[in-house]
Design a protein around this ligand. Sequence first.
Ligand SMILES: [Zn+2]
Ligand SMILES: [Zn+2]
Length: 375
Amino acid sequence: MAAAVCLLILTLLPAGAFAESVTFDYGMDKSYNNGRLLWDGDKLLLDVYPSEMPDEIIFDLTGHAAVTVTIRLMGDVAFSEMKVQNQSSSYYNYSADLRFASGDGQPHQVQVRKLFGTGADDDHLIVDSGIDMTVNYASLGGSAGVNSYLDLAEDAKLTFEPMQGTSFNFDYVQIGENALLVNHSVLYNDGLPTSITFASASPSAAGRFVIEVNGAAVISNKDSSADLPQWLQDLIKQNGWQFGPHESLQSNAKTILDQNGNIVTSFILYNHAHVAGSTPTGVKEPTCTENGYTGDLVCAECGSVIQAGSTIPKLNHNYQNGVCVNCGAPDPDAPVPVSPPSMGDTTPLALWLSLLALTGACLVFAGIRAKRSPR
Ligand SMILES: [Zn+2]
Ligand SMILES: [Zn+2]
């Protein structure tokens, strides 16, 4: 009823009078903006096209549990605000999975600036194969952090590019084969994923979780690393890092520090601990004309570069007796040989004599031609 009144008001008011909001209620089939909203049992399917979206889209599940809302992208689409709620007056108790999928079998990009009401109470945010999604703000609502799930399917990508002061906040993260999760926000104590699991069982560099921030990657008030989630304990151990305080942080805060005591601002989590190969790859000896390379330390299991090598400066020519002992190049500053050439070096002399003979022959021939030409 309330939704019907809202719709009526929306219809009566002129466009642009206020930020446009569209609500999709449970069980209500409707079309919007060339898109179609269909109910298939407990599954809501909305096809969206890359034309203008309203400022706010609300899916109100009106008390129905275990609902899946699937946004089927028919192109690259940007949403300002999207809310999944389960009571028309409250954002608590969402109990719905929200899935972004391709509607036409093609890969698509989708951006949601503000996403409300997903990832609480065992809910899943699902990014399907071939979808490249960016989220700028994700609110988990009243029951925040209660078993929130993020599932990235094979070849899916999710980038969390935070608005000011917001952070990534999912408890359980599943990363599919070749899927990529990029987080550009600090992981705080309450936003640290409890577990990060990978679909791929064999060591692979394909699926990964990338953290890149300006300051500390992780800030926690836990006492020791033993209180951190297992994946983070493993990461710290594998890299030889420490978990501890830093002068730039508040007194009870700790972060990850590298071997030099510097704050770790970025890391990549794979589905395995890298195993360094016995010999570096891409080693190149320097020459007199080109730089060399010390070689990269590469993981024997997945081929990722664990530690990049460095450039070896090119050598200087080392001339001895008029030639470089490194590369054989002649010394440009060596004294010019005096002429006539010595007897031991007959080649230039022979060449000179040949050229002289040839030139003479040409002159004679030219003279004959000149005489015989009728004038
Ligand atoms: Zn590896
Ligand atoms: Zn040289």
